[in-house]
Design a protein. Structure first.
Length: 246
């Protein structure tokens, strides 16, 4: 992986996390203009965050998500992006770029909403900006939800490569909105290890007033679930997708 590809993936992921955690902050934190904007506002915010991040990270293939990287790894693709061979070193390079970008994006959200974090009395609302959490805590079933939702995400993304469409990032953005609306209820749909782990690390490290626990007991679910779901999608897409004539 070249430095240019690494930087593109890191910056794209940073923008994804800034806009994604930013919309959660706008809805969840006290005294914001978007306070109590609702779940659909969050869903559309995350979808548009993906839309923006994909354009910024075009050079890297815009994985922005280690579940997508693992889906490609287990698929029949030979490259992660144009000129980026599918090797162990490249795989780790994508993971590192995504983690750096996700942490930086969360830090920028904190800076943008600093006074609102200070004004918010509920530690759970503050954590919810950075990390996902279940509506009903049941680690096994929460894991199942994340596997299913991420499987859908990565399967459809990989299927785009077999179809002659030209809508590009918009298709992925709408897919994310749809998954959030349909499958986001039980866990808040991380569907991306980096979406949860990087910002959760930022939450643990940042000097957020009255922030409370980072809930590390749950943190493995939105990491393991998406990795499993993305990997399964990479295997399954080979069985069901074939090139469609343009």
């Amino acid at each position: 992986m070249s430095l240019e590809v690494f930087v593109a993936e890191a910056f794209g992921t940073m923008l994804l996390m800034l806009l994604g955690t930013g919309v959660v902050a706008n809805v969840a934190l006290a005294k914001t203009k978007g306070n109590n904007g609702g779940t659909l506002m969050v869903n559309f915010g995350w979808g548009l965050a993906v839309f923006a991040g994909v354009y910024v990270a075009a050079l890297s293939g815009a994985h922005l998500n280690f579940a997508v990287t693992m889906g490609i790894f287990f698929s029949d693709a030979t490259e992660y992006a144009a000129g980026v061979d599918k090797t162990f070193a490249a795989t780790m390079g994508y993971l590192a770029a995504q983690m750096i970008g996700s942490i930086l994006g969360a830090v920028l959200t904190y800076l943008a909403y600093k006074k609102h974090f200070d004004a918010e009395p509920d530690p759970a609302a503050k954590l919810g900006v950075f990390a996902t959490g279940p509506a009903i805590r049941s680690y096994g079933w929460n894991l199942v939800t994340e596997i299913i939702a991420t499987f859908v995400l990565v399967l459809v993304i990989l299927s785009f490569g077999y179809t002659p469409t030209e809508i590009g990032p918009l298709a992925v953005a709408l897919l994310v909105v749809g998954i959030g609306a349909s499958l986001g209820g039980p866990t808040g749909y991380a569907i991306n290890p980096n979406r949860d782990l990087g910002p959760r690390i930022a939450h643990a490290l940042l000097p957020i007033r009255g922030k409370g626990s980072s809930d590390w007991a749950y943190a493995w679910v939105p990491v393991v679930g998406p990795i499993i779901g993305g990997s399964l999608a990479g295997l399954v897409v080979q069985l069901i997708s074939f090139p469609v004539p343009a």
